[in-house]
Design a protein around this ligand. Sequence first.
Ligand code: NI
Length: 201
Amino acid sequence: MSAKPLPWNRVVLVLAIALVMLVALLVGIAFQQGGGKSIVTGQALLGGPFTLVDQDGKTRTEKDFLGHNLLIYFGYTFCPDVCPTELAKISAAMDQLPKDANVTPVFITIDPVRDGVKEMKAYASAFHPRLMALTGTEEQIRTAAKAYRVYFAKNTSAGTTDYLMDHSSIIYFMGKNGEYIAHFTVESTPEQIAERVRQAL
Ligand code: NI
């Protein structure tokens, strides 16, 4: 037998590259079918049924919001940076609109283990009097987040008993029939949000 042994390093490397390319391709396809499409056609692809509880302990479903425009943001009260910034932005946008404008800002936690009704009430009151803060069971939160294509995951890399939550940061502007109208990113300003809401009122 004179066959040379296979150069395993090379084989492993080639397989690894092939795997990375395959994953990239699948992620690309998933993105096109998910994020991209929902933003183009909007309706029905974003939002949907949920059952949660507000900061006063009242059960809230998507049906309670019919007839109301919503600015929805998913985050958590322990968030050190992005969530407070975005909620302050939503509050600033609200302050640029008439006091009785038909738009309700809604904050939904993706960390229901730590964000109970009491915690949500205290946190929301620090931002805007009209801010509705919703929590629920882990299952209920998963359902709501899925409806809005919100990514979230526990991040324990900090080490201690405390943990952070990784999560996507998008403000969704939903219409009176629960339909998607627009979304805002961390780049958006309160002025831009207020202007877009004004157009829809
Ligand atoms: Ni956050």
